[in-house]
Design a protein around this ligand. Structure first.
Ligand code: 9MR
Length: 624
């Protein structure tokens, strides 16, 4: 499969060693020419689209069939042995704008007999097999969370926890040949000292570590846990001590918090120390001086690592995540909780003193830019978290004075939703769900913003022939669209937690259907889940497509998904003319559609925890 990359004119260098001529990782938006070419015709298998993992016993069960027929057709549900179990007629849905396919939908929600190997046949065409049953998502929850241990920096990845295929030496510690993260200089002109910024998680297919993206990711892991403490009926045991694949299991602390702490300690190291210029701010990021080649196992990276200029956005990510960490660790490790709170308060004060140090969109040599020109959302999020943890009115005032407060469309944008660049919603969700000192009326207001946003996402799901709760601006799918689907699902799931209204739950489950195969490409975007799953995502170690001695991505890794922008050479070559939800290819070098990253797996882990908690569809609900 190297040919795809070569055809796209990439210089790969030696494939098994760190390549000297590094592959330019992130071509910027829309650069290059658009070739006049017919729309691509990918192999999409059966036209009958279902959730390839399955349907909860008491949940909605819907699918979509691509067909030129405009009159209703007959659908037939069969058990694994071929016996017919149910049938009905499809509902014509016209042309789906996200795929430009003529489609019809079918609904077999009434079937509640558990079983494996079910299929749906329409017009002589059979779907991929699926299960009907309870607790379909337990392994997805632990696999999606294991992603974070797999991608830890500065620690050996242990075969006892991940198996021999995925074990590897520690990356970016002090050992040769690379220069490690324990003694890192700044980029020229940024600082004249060196810092220990070891630990944390690698961001993605690259081995950069970015405070901006680390912040939302660790916050969503902590929230997956915090939800189990604040939502009646939610089960935290599955995230508890001894339940996940982390080396700290058995230490008396919930395993998910152990994983979060690995990143938190790194984020704390990224804070500019007392006595230095911009003290209290956070460096925006640390990564290689130049892009490393493909593949490069983390311990074989020979590039110099560098710290990049502090930014207001990074500082507020640190403040928000550290404030949350302070309250969650209080009963497990008061010293660490106090250290987190001190860092959070210091970061807030530094951001207030330097509110406009904005990370540039063009700083993308050797690592992603994570440029962010508007930081009102980060101020809102950090203020909310600090207020929840401390009860201090100064932070409440910052929340109420923010123009984002009471603006549902700004907190939870209709298309994109929450993301690394749009974090205010994280604060609003926590204000709505975590005990805090808002008055009852203020709390009701925040909750109604969450349910209003959820109503919009539920309407988007109902309107889509594929049930996806995502309606991006101008219909264009964006980089990491699958994470946007998931972040909208988090808002829906929170609304379900708050109100217990089934339609919110249904829209979350429809989102799962979309991600796991009920979509225009018949693609499950999660490695190891579903017959037609993504397994060649862009990653420098999990690079099996380029070097068969290396593994595929570990099970539970979420591909970024369709991206209308075609922002890499392979996507430009293979996908020119694609309909928005079809701008995806499972090719390792199609990084603008097929990368994996912490801020996409974090909402996957959150949602997997929520849907697993539903049991057969209705478990774990608060009484009344
Ligand atoms: O997720 C980021 C996406 O929103 C941006 O459009 C894109 C281009 O700037 O970058 C994405 O983030 C990448 C980061 O820059 C570097 N590590 C991998 C990230 C996922 O592709």
């Amino acid at each position: 499969m190297v040919c795809a990359a070569v055809a796209a004119g990439l210089t790969l260098g030696a494939l098994t060693a760190p390549a000297a001529g590094a592959v330019g990782h992130h071509a910027r938006h829309g650069a290059g020419t658009t070739l006049p070419q017919a729309a691509p015709k990918p192999d999409t298998g059966s036209p009958v689209r279902v959730n390839q993992v399955g349907y909860l016993t008491d949940g909605p069960k819907k699918g979509t069939v691509v067909t030129s027929a405009t009159k209703p057709l007959t659908w037939t549900l069969r058990a694994a042995d071929g016996t017919e179990r149910a049938s009905g007629t499809t509902t014509p849905a016209g042309v789906d704008p996200s795929s430009r396919q003529n489609v019809q939908t079918f609904d077999f929600s009434k079937v509640t007999n558990e079983g494996k190997g079910y299929t749906v046949t329409v017009d002589g065409k059979k779907s991929e097999p699926f299960t009907i049953g309870d607790n379909l998502y337990s392994s997805l929850r632990s696999d999606a969370l294991a992603y974070f241990y797999h991608n830890r920096s500065g620690i050996k990845i242990d075969a006892d926890l991940v198996g021999p295929t995925y074990a590897r030496p520690a990356g970016h510690d002090k050992a040769a040949p690379h220069r490690g993260d324990t003694d890192v200089p700044c980029q020229d002109g940024v600082c004249d000292y060196r810092r220990d910024v070891s630990g944390g998680w690698y961001d993605a297919g690259d081995q950069g570590k970015y405070v901006v993206n680390g912040g939302i990711s660790v916050a969503q892991l902590m929230s997956a846990y915090e939800r189990t403490r604040t939502t009646k009926g939610a089960d935290g045991a599955s995230l508890g001590d001894g339940r996940l694949r982390v080396p700290e299991r058995g230490n008396g602390v919930p395993d998910i918090l152990d994983e979060a702490r690995w990143e938190m300690e790194f984020l704390l190291r990224m804070q500019v120390p007392k006595g230095k210029p911009l003290a209290g701010m956070a460096f925006h990021k640390v990564h290689d001086k130049e892009w490393t080649g493909f593949p490069t196992r983390p311990d074989q990276d020979q590039q110099q690592r560098e710290l990049h200029k502090p930014s207001t956005a990074a500082t507020l990510n640190l403040a928000a995540a550290a404030a949350q960490s302070a309250r969650l660790f209080k009963s497990y490790d008061p010293e660490f909780a106090a250290r987190s709170l001190h860092a959070a308060r210091t970061a807030w004060a530094a951001a207030k003193a330097h509110p406009k140090i904005l990370a540039s969109d063009s700083d993308s040599t050797g690592g992603g830019a994570y440029g962010d020109q508007s930081v009102g959302d980060e101020f809102y999020w950090a203020a909310a978290e600090l207020f929840i943890t401390t009860g201090d009115r100064t932070y409440a005032k910052a929340v109420f004075d923010s123009p984002l407060h009471r603006d549902v469309g700004a907190l939870f944008p209709r298309g994109g939703g929450m993301s690394w660049a749009s974090t205010a919603g994280l604060g609003a969700l926590d204000l709505a769900t975590v005990p805090n000192k808002l008055t009852a009326q203020q709390r009701a207001e925040v909750r109604s913003m969450v349910t209003k946003a959820a109503d919009r996402y539920a309407a988007d799901s109902a309107k889509s022939a594929y049930g996806v709760p995502y309606a991006p601006k101008d219909g264009k799918y964006e980089w990491g669209s699958n994470s946007q689907v998931l972040n909208n699902m988090i808002v829906l799931a929170t609304a379900h937690d708050l109100t217990d209204k089934p339609r919110y739950r249904d829209a979350v489950l429809r989102g799962m259907d979309y991600l796991l195969g009920a979509n225009p490409l018949n693609q499950s975007y999660v490695t190891g889940y579903g017959e037609r799953n993504s397994h060649n995502q862009h990653h420098r170690f999990w690079a099996h497509q380029l070097d068969h001695k290396l593994p595929h991505p570990a099970p539970g890794s979420l591909a970024g998904g369709p991206n209308s922008g075609l922002q890499d050479p392979v996507a430009k070559e293979k996908l020119n003319g694609c309909a928005p939800a079809m701008c995806y290819t499972d090719d390792i070098m199609a990084f603008s559609t097929n990368e994996i990253t912490i801020n996409w797996n974090a909402p996957l882990a959150w949602i997997a925890t929520y849907v697993d908690g539903l049991g057969g569809g209705t478990a774990g609900r608060p009484a009344g």
